[in-house]
Design a protein around this ligand. Structure first.
Ligand SMILES: Nc1nc2c(ncn2[C@@H]2O[C@H](COP(=O)(O)OP(=O)(O)OP(=O)(O)O)[C@@H](O)[C@H]2O)c(=O)[nH]1
Ligand SMILES: [Mg+2]
Length: 194
């Protein structure tokens, strides 16, 4: 649910990057943070372990400027992918407006992608939400690996709802902004976003 504040003419949308452990969610946010002009973004807030695994979430705010006369902000969050953090993942999904599901293209990670997607659906259900109602996109990350699944096979596993999907190598920034642009358009219900 977007937060609308008429007194300051502002609307805020929450986008969550969800997916299996080590799929590249934090890497997406790092690249966005690196590329966006500091005046249009916050600092990247990360709570990570010593080995760089997300502990609770990462957070980055973006200012899209004026859209339809309203100052429009995006709050980007990642969830921690490690299995034991289910409670955190559920909490972070609260009041979500749009989701980027970051799947790992490695064939070895196939079942982890499916389990994470099932877990996400269950968590959404507890908030009365379903994947057929909420704007979401898929990112097939790590396309640079040697054992990638085909896009067709990944769609068969993860994309029964036929949502937009993007191939990415987020470590090199490839596909990061096409993914973000697509979900932003969907949550803001815009046809043209620069
Ligand atoms: N080869 C390759 N490695 C990547 C890519 N994107 C991310 N990685 C690497 O994958 C590892 C995990 O990336 P993270 O962004 O920390 O993954 P995450 O999904 O945030 O992981 P959790 O916080 O544990 O859920 C890191 O070593 C990244 O450098 C990619 O496109 N290709
Ligand atoms: Mg992370």
């Amino acid at each position: 649910m977007p937060v609308l504040n008429f007194s300051i003419n502002e609307i805020q949308y929450k986008i969550v990057y969800y997916g299996p452990a080590l799929g590249g969610k934090t890497t997406n946010l790092r690249f966005v943070h690196q590329m966006v002009n500091p005046e249009a973004r916050s600092e990247l807030v990360s709570a990570a372990t010593a080995t760089d695994r997300t502990l609770f979430f990462d957070f980055l705010a973006l200012d899209l400027g004026s859209v339809h006369g309203l100052r429009t902000r995006l709050s980007l969050y990642t969830v921690p992918g490690q299995v034991e953090y289910e409670r955190s993942r559920k909490l972070i999904l609260r009041s979500v407006d749009g989701i980027v599901f970051v799947a790992d293209s490695s064939a070895q990670r196939k079942t982890y992608n499916i389990e994470a997607l099932n877990g996400m659906e269950n968590n959404l259900k507890e908030y009365g939400l379903s994947l057929s109602q909420i704007p979401w996109v898929l990112q097939y990350n790590k396309r640079d690996l040697s054992d990638v699944m085909t896009v067709e096979d990944m769609n068969a596993d993860l994309n029964s709802l036929n949502v937009p999907y993007f191939e990415a190598v987020s470590l090199e920034g490839k596909g990061v902004f096409s993914t973000l642009k697509a979900i932003s358009k969907m949550v803001c219900r815009l046809d043209t976003l620069a």
